[in-house]
Design a protein around this ligand. Sequence first.
Ligand code: PGA
Ligand code: ZN
Length: 406
Amino acid sequence: KIQKVYGSEILDSRGNPTVSATVQLTDGSMGTAASPSGASTGKFEAVELRDGDERRYGGKGVLKAVQNINEMISPALENLHSLTVREVDKVLIKLDGSPNKAHLGANATLAVSLACARAIAAHYRMPLYRFLGGAAAHELPVPMMNILNGGAHAGNNIDIQEFMIMPTGAENFREGLRWCAEIYHTLGRQLKKKGHSTAVGDEGGFAPNLASDEEAIEEILSAVETAGYSGRVKLALDAAGSEWAENGEYRLPKRGTRFSSDELIDFWEELVRKYPIVSIEDPLGEEDFPAWTKMTERLGDRLQIVGDDLFVTNMERLQKGIEEKAGNAILVKLNQIGTLSETLDAIELAKKNGYKTIVSHRSGETEDTFIADLAVAVNAGQIKTGAPCRTERVAKYNRLLRISEC
Ligand code: PGA
Ligand code: ZN
């Protein structure tokens, strides 16, 4: 049984407050977890509760969410009879009572949900990934590693938010991770030589002041070649296209170009024709389902088309996507929906319908490595957790390395 749940306000990787929760069971088992926080958040995400008190952390404090854990969630969970994560999540969802966790805050519910999973895994003396995934958990994910940042994550002239490398030709996780780290360092040296900044963005990728998105791709391909991995490492992009949507069309904020949905699809087609791009996330806006369907029809055989802001790890939105044949993969972010069980359900729905799954961090992260275990538990196949730089990102890779040796 649960003896106690308590929350606290801690800091994320941007120095903003976030919620941590600890769950203590009557047998002494404990689990702690923290909620991450996005910057380019989708409109349809569950609500991250912030205090809005400008005198503390510029309004970003999470004392209300913490109070909800201590005063509402903890008493509601203390008398729970059957202790499973699903039962805990049911109580959280019911106690919240809103369609989007607006009442308790998804930052509060998620921290508790994940901490419960950890406490129960500790009770069974199982590694988290094994507890979550059972005997079926076996696949280490291919990293989708962000090494160059633009968009809302960097103050440069690049519109696409994330440029990622995928070591698809590597034998195993450890080897793929090494390739990526080598390419990252090669890219750093190359940028420095050309007089560019090697300062990094929120997810650890470099954020040089390059003239265009194409130049960013060229720089990465050149680093891949210099490091000796041409052909064995592919590119993935996250456009974060919802950030570009403006009055029914698209405006790339930095280059200033305007596109209709059709023109934007043409732009992607051209980019995919020119470069070894295997995956594009949020190429279009979160409200533009018809354009997603069109793009999937045109490019879906050649390309992974990933819904992040489009699906927000939400079963209903994913179901709509499946019906309308919009996209062919889902980005999985626990805090978009606010409980572990709902996240697992979304993953299951995706897999049943042939959608690929990518477990993902947020741009604001903590040292919590839950997503590494989750990716292995559900055999997600891919993980997106930033550059091999900034410990909140590297911690996830290190956890995967350790899992790979279990
Ligand atoms: P976010 O960015 O965490 O700031 O939303 C990550 C992403 O868009 O995938
Ligand atoms: Zn995204």
